[in-house]
Ligand binder design. Structure first.
Ligand SMILES: [Zn+2]
Length: 130
């Protein structure tokens, strides 16, 4: 069933809200990581390979970031599809994704069936599954 204009508006505000929260989180993380990298972490463990610990944490944070950035990009793209059309339609089979799934995952680009198939085919560590 296609989305009603009211459902679309509801999903759009979910998307914008989540996007703004995520962007704020990323800015905060960036500040925190800089502080950790150039001070606290290296300073706390001065005797045991402190540099590698600091760089390990930096790497972990970067993995976090890229997940968050992927999500941010997905939300931006979803917002654009709402504006330009094509939102809520599965990119693989062309059927409607459905309001309930979109409410849980507003940036979803696939219906449940295609998503399940996609995850089986492309399952890998850290792969975002929208
Ligand atoms: Zn589909």
């Amino acid at each position: 069933m296609a989305l009603t204009p009211q459902q679309t508006r509801e999903l759009d505000s979910l998307i914008v809200e989540r996007r703004n929260a995520l962007a704020a989180e990323l800015r905060q993380d960036a500040r925190k990581t800089r502080a950790e990298q150039f001070g606290e972490v290296a300073g706390e463990v001065p005797d045991s390979g402190d540099e590698s610990v600091a760089s390990l944490i930096a790497d972990l944070d970067q993995a976090d970031w890229s997940r968050d950035l992927d999500e941010l990009r997905g939300l931006d793209a979803a917002h654009e599809r709402i504006e330009n059309g094509g939102y809520g339609v599965c990119v693989e089979c062309g059927r409607d994704i459905g309001f309930e799934r979109l409410r849980a995952t507003p940036a979803a680009i696939r219906c449940i069936d295609c998503q399940t198939r996609h995850e089986k085919t492309f399952a890998g560590p850290g792969a975002p599954s929208l």
